[in-house]
Design a protein around this ligand. Structure first.
Ligand code: BGC
Length: 315
């Protein structure tokens, strides 16, 4: 049976979801997309997510991974750069788990895309420091050290010309300012040179919708770091979220099993102790009754009784 989980990608304009085959990193069914409600408040988005899940026939125990374009710590959104500000402080994990009735795991959108690229795409089997940078409405980053994610690196917000870099070189800025590829590549050059200087990465993986046009801008960059386009493109968020949900669910199950085993062991030890003490008190009462019969006055003094016993056994 193939490994499956459900992935949902929450973006500024659309919410997309599909079940994912985690043996291959591909969608197990056509994805469904619904427009992100405006304003994109937690309530409205949670409703839309529940509607999306409802359009699939999936079992209740299928874990669901959800991407969100913000810093996510312990399931809580701590920022809201390109979404409604009312998300700040929202326990996204709890909200969506409650609304959907599934175990939901929330992850930063770029981190999810990064997980997908590391498992199934352009970062596979790459050790060292791999940086997946997504160019979209904002700029997201996922940083991996020998395959392990350093979550929420938010490198789209390093300062460039006195403000968040993403306000200068995101893909949305290229569209809004109608920049030609050379001009935009010049901005990317400034950004990536800076990141390269700070982190000396092993590889940059460039993601986001625009990465399908990578031939128009990647050859214009002059970097020391190997720089490659993402492989999963539009589906990276869904696939990465599903992979994360599957891994987290597995880890939770393992931890629960371990705790159960420990509790059983402890209960077993207690029973054994109880048996031992039952045995002891049984022996004691048996001895007391023998002593009573034989008239041994020391029988009440355990210590002296023991000492006597040991010295006598040593002869
Ligand atoms: C947000 C990140 C997000 C990125 C891409 C940035 O503005 O701060 O959390 O990953 O946009 O959506």
């Amino acid at each position: 049976m193939s490994k499956k989980a459900f992935g949902i990608d929450i973006g500024g304009s659309g919410i997309k979801g599909a079940p994912v085959d985690l043996d291959t990193g591909t969608l197990a069914a056509d994805r469904v997309r619904i427009a992100t409600p405006q304003p994109s408040t937690p309530d409205a988005v949670a409703e839309a997510v529940a509607e999306l899940i409802g359009s699939f026939d999936i079992s209740e125990d299928m874990p669901i991974g959800v991407t969100f374009p913000a810093v996510i710590k312990d399931g809580v959104a701590l920022t809201a750069a390109n979404v409604d500000r009312s998300w700040i402080g929202t326990d996204v994990d709890a909200l969506l788990t409650e609304r959907t009735g599934h175990d939901v795991f929330v992850v930063n959108d770029a981190d999810a895309a990064g997980i997908a690229e590391m498992e199934f795409g352009a970062g596979r089997k790459t050790s060292g420091v791999v940086m997946v940078v997504t160019l979209g409405t904002g700029v997201g980053s996922a940083t991996f050290v020998d395959g392990t994610l350093v979550p929420n690196t938010e490198l789209g917000h390093v300062l460039l010309h006195g403000d968040s870099a993403e306000k200068y070189m995101a893909s949305s800025i290229r569209e809004r300012e109608d920049l030609d590829w050379e001009t935009w590549a010049g901005r990317l050059q400034e950004y990536f040179s800076h990141i390269e200087f700070l982190f000396s990465p092993t590889r940059f993986v460039i993601g986001g919708g625009v990465s399908k046009k990578h031939k128009k801008f990647l050859p214009l960059l002059d970097l020391k770091t190997e720089t490659v386009p993402a492989k999963l493109r539009n589906e990276a968020g869904i696939v990465g979220a599903a992979a994360l949900a599957h891994a987290e669910e597995k880890a939770l199950r393992k931890a629960a099993k371990k705790a159960e085993k420990k509790a059983k062991k402890k209960a077993g030890e207690k029973t054994a102790d109880a048996k031992k003490s039952d045995k002891k008190s049984g022996k004691k009462s048996a001895k007391a009754s023998t002593d009573k019969k034989s008239g041994n006055k020391k029988s009440g003094n355990k210590k002296s009784g023991k000492r006597t016993g040991s010295s006598s056994s040593k002869g």
